[in-house]
Design a protein around this ligand. Sequence first.
Ligand SMILES: [Zn+2]
Length: 427
Amino acid sequence: MARARLALLPAILAFCRCRLLGKRLKSRADLERYQQKRLRHWLKRDVPRVAAYAGDRVQNLTDLPVISKAELMTAFHRYNRLNLTAGAGWAHFAAKTQPDGFYIGASTGTSGNRGLYVISDAERAAWLGTMLAKALPRFPFERARVAIVLAQDAALYRQPGRGGLITLRFFDLNEGLASLPDRLEAYRPDTIVAPPKVLRHLAGLARSYAVKRLFSGAEVMDQTDRQAIRAGFGVEPGEIYMATEGLFAVTCPQGRLHLAEDVMHFHFEPGPEGSGLVIPVISDFSRKTQIMARYRMNDLLRLSDRPCACGSPLRVVEEVVGRADDLLDFPSDTRGLVTVTPDVIRNAVLDASRDIQDFRAEQTGENRLRVLLPDDLPQAAVEAVRQALTRLFARLEIAPDVIIERCHLEPPLEKLRRVRRLFTGGA
Ligand SMILES: [Zn+2]
C-alpha cells in the first residue's frame, strides 16, 4: 500500500510534464530542441550506466549501434542497471516475484519470441501518468473512471488507484472474457482501454454503463474491429499504441494517432521496397533502469505527412500495420521473392465482401497461403475472397496455393494477428 502511494508522485509529475510540454512545444523545431536536450543528458548520465555502453563517451545517438530484440535478449543483463540476466528475469516472472522497487514484465507471444523488460516503480508510474495525460485531455476538469483490460502485467497498472478525480482499475483478461462484462458493469467505467478484440466483444453486448472514451491497445485495430466497436458503443475508438518497449503513440481528440516523441526519440528504417511502410527504431530517453537506445522494433507503420488539426507537432501515424515478422514472401517466376505486407492481404480480404467481419491469413509454406473464414459466411463471400486474392497475386506476379477453410473463429488469448507468417523457412 505504501509503495502504491509513493508511486503517485512520479505519475503526477509525468502527467504534468506531458501537459506542460503539450503547451510549450508548438513546432517541430521546439520538439527537436527539447529531444536533443533530453537525449544529451540521457547519453551522458544514464546510458553509460549499463554494461553495454559503459566506458563509451557517446555524444550523439547515431554513435550507438542499432540493436534488435534478439540482441537485447541474448545479453539482457548488459542493458539494465541491475545487471539482471534474462534467466533471473524469467525466474522472477514465473514466480511472480519482483526485485524491491522494480517491476519485471514480459510481452505475450510465442515462447521463443517473448520480450522481457525491467522498469523501476517510478518509471512505471511515470509511464502511466504520461498515458493518462494523453488519453484524457479534459482531465482534471472532468472526472474519469478508467478500466484497463489487458492480458498481462496486472501490476503495471495497479496504481494510482481510486478516489479523487480519477479512478483506475485493472481487469486481468486471464480471468476470462466470460466474466469481464459483469465485472465491468459493476465498476461502471466511462473510459475503457482494451485490446480491440475485447472492445469488439463488449460492443456486441447491451450494457448499462455509458462509455465516453474507448482506446484500443496492444493489438492492431482493423477497420472491421473499428466499425463494430463504433456501432456497439456509439463512440469512436482511439488507440494507445504500446508494448513492452514503452508507450509509443496515443490518439488525440481529433482522432489521429500521434507518436509519443515527448518521451521517446524515433528514427525510421524503410520497410519492404514499395510498401511505403517504415520500421521504428526507438530511443527511450525517459527510462534509466533498462536502456532502450536505438532499439529496432518489430512493427510496421505507415506515417502520415498531413499535420493534425489539433496543432500538435508530434508526428502522426496513419496506421500501425502489423509486425515485421509477419511479412509474407512468395516466389515469383519473374521477380524473385515478392514480399507482401500484412495490410495488403488484409485489405484484399476485407474489401472482397461486406459480409466479412473476421478472418485469418497465414503463410503456411513456401508458396502456400491458408485463409480461415467464419463458418457462417455465405458462399458468395468466400468466392469473392478467392477472386480478390487471385487478382492481387496476379498483379504481384506470384501464384501461391490459396487454401480457404471455413471454421469457428475465436479471438485468441494471446495477441490477435490476423495476418501471420507461420512458415519460417526461406528468406
Ligand atoms: Zn492531433
